[in-house]
Ligand binder design. Structure first.
Ligand code: NAP
Length: 497
């Protein structure tokens, strides 16, 4: 089954930070893949911009070399690449100065006034304001201008508000696309399709039938290469406040009246606002040590050092792991705990949402049949897919013994022999920007509400002088996270590749 290409009109897209890691690894490869899929029409202009003094040819060469590393060999067609490079040019621009801006103006001139013009801010947040100001002062915006801003959106509520104010002084909310690439994943959207497109789940989707929900985002990589940023942020700001909160919102929100940006985002906002403050004893912070017997070995692109060695601060109390228990105070979810955890240098790279249903109220099969409960597992990565475990009779003679078996909807299997080639989250999200669809982007008030919930938690552990618990690299996290569950007579589902 081939994914459908929805045509768009020719557009202009400027990537600020085009020489940086994100642009080279994700944004430009995503655009190239959309070009190969036939979704980028003739006449489209893509411009890379950064301070590095490349000529367009020099930038093409660097990007071509990079694409051979980033893309699978069989998705790399030299002819397609030559075509893509024809619509891609480069301008050296200083976002904090005046160099390059008149040239950008010249290059974008001559287009119809309603032609979609996207400016992707793939730069540090300190440049968002200066870029927004210059886009205006150099007359680069039109009625169809959209800006895309990367995470982190602020460091706390005050800085997020300040950033929102700066952007709002130059752009309407409808022009601002705050990106969280988790929302571009196929399964995340499927989560909404499964919940709101089937009669089967929604009636059971509440505290009467759901025992608890677990959201896990586990990474095997450490913080090498991002030490400075990470040590100032930690898992709470880097992952929990945005990715995990967004997943929580999609799992917990009420059905929006329609699948439209503000209807969906209104419902997500209500979830964040209904979150209770988290009790300190419902939070476990951890910091990784080197995996046993492997200290100093190269692992996942970095030295397998412990966290403090990597950030070169033996007293760092930044968490590389966090687990917490959250409660949503509304009619649907009162009494159902949500356990969220995320960490670096864990056993496997795995992002999964587990919805654990309650036991049947009465077992007609007696004690010996054991306890069985339905379980919906939503895998975001790797192997995106959804599995529902159901209880059946164990085959064969010998009485009524029960067992749980998975009903598996692995996208690769369900959607054809080769499956749909699932577009990368960035491909989908960039094309959504071009189409003007904000459903999968965060609104300013959502981001602020998420910080309003996060800030007191961070302030609490800062006031207490909380020190993260050590955990071994390659493990499932600190033992205290298991205790958090065991105290409630529950346990984490495994972290498996
Ligand atoms: P990076 O590798 O440090 O790249 C930064 C880019 O900004 C470079 O192209 C740099 O190019 C350009 N730049 C810096 N100062 C500039 C200036 N004054 N004027 C114009 N361009 C300037 O950072 P990154 O990892 O790509 O991240 C970019 C943004 O995405 C950050 O906000 C980051 O938090 C966010 N993000 C990154 C990732 C990721 O996986 N990398 C994931 C999620 C979010 P020159 O030096 O040539 O100017």
């Amino acid at each position: 089954m081939v994914s459908r290409v929805i045509p768009v009109d020719p557009f202009d897209l400027v990537v600020f930070g085009a020489t940086g890691d994100l642009a080279q690894r994700k944004i430009l490869p995503a655009l190239f893949r959309r070009y190969c899929a036939g979704q980028i029409p003739k006449g489209t202009r893509i411009i890379g911009a950064a301070r590095t003094a490349y000529s367009t040819e020099g930038f093409h060469q660097a990007l071509s070399e990079n694409l051979t590393q980033v893309l699978a060999a069989d998705s790399y067609d030299p002819e397609e690449l030559a075509g893509f490079l024809q619509i891609l040019s480069y301008i050296p621009i200083d976002g904090n100065g005046e160099a390059g801006w008149p040239e950008l103006n010249r290059r974008l001139s001559g287009a119809a006034p309603d032609r979609v013009r996207v400016f992707y801010f793939s730069v540090g947040p300190g440049l968002f304001g200066p870029l927004a100001e210059r886009l205006h002062s150099y007359g680069l915006t039109n009625g169809a201008t959209r800006i895309v801003v990367e995470k982190p959106f602020g460091h706390d509520l005050a800085s997020a508000r300040a950033l929102n104010r700066i952007l709002a002084s130059h752009f309407e909310e409808g022009q601002i696309y705050r990106i969280d690439h988790y929302l571009g994943k196929e399964t995340v959207q499927n989560l909404m399709a499964v919940r709101f497109g089937n009669m089967l789940f929604e009636p059971l989707w509440n505290s009467q039938y759901v025992d608890h929900i677990q959201i896990t985002v586990a990474e095997t990589v450490g913080v090498a290469g991002r030490e400075d940023y990470y040590d100032r942020s930690g898992a709470m700001r880097d992952m929990m406040q945005n990715h995990l909160m967004q997943l929580l919102c999609l799992i917990a929100m009420e059905p929006p009246a329609k699948f439209d940006p503000d209807a969906v985002r209104d419902e997500k906002l209500k979830v964040i606002r209904a979150l209770d403050p988290v009790e300190p004893y419902h939070i476990v912070r951890g910091q990784y040590n080197a995996a046993p017997g492997r200290a100093g070995e190269t692992c996942d692109g970095g030295e397998d050092l412990n966290y403090r060695e990597t950030v070169q601060d033996q007293r760092s109390s930044t968490e590389s792991y966090i687990a917490l228990k959250a409660h949503i105070s509304n009619w649907r979810w009162a009494g159902t705990p949500f356990y969220l955890r995320t960490g670096k240098r864990l056993k496997a790279r795995s992002s999964v949402i587990n919805v654990l249903f309650k036991d049947a109220p009465h077992s007609i099969f007696g004690e010996e049949a054991g306890r069985h409960a339905n379980h919906l597992k939503i895998r975001l990565q790797p192997n995106e897919g959804i599995t529902l475990s159901v209880t059946i009779k164990e085959p064969g003679p010998g009485g009524m013994r029960l067992m749980d078996v998975p009903l598996d909807m692995s996208f690769a299997e369900a959607l054809g022999p080769k499956g749909v080639d699932p577009a990368d989250a960035y491909e989908r999200l960039i094309m959504d920007v071009v189409r003007g669809n904000q459903t999968l982007f965060m609104r300013g008030d959502e981001v602020e509400a998420a910080w309003a919930w996060t800030d007191p938690i961070i302030a609490g552990w800062q006031a207490r002088g909380d020190v993260p618990k050590p955990y071994e690299g390659g493990s499932t996290g600190p033992g205290d996270a298991d205790l958090l569950m065991r105290r409630d007579n529950r346990e984490w589902r495994g972290i498996n590749p």
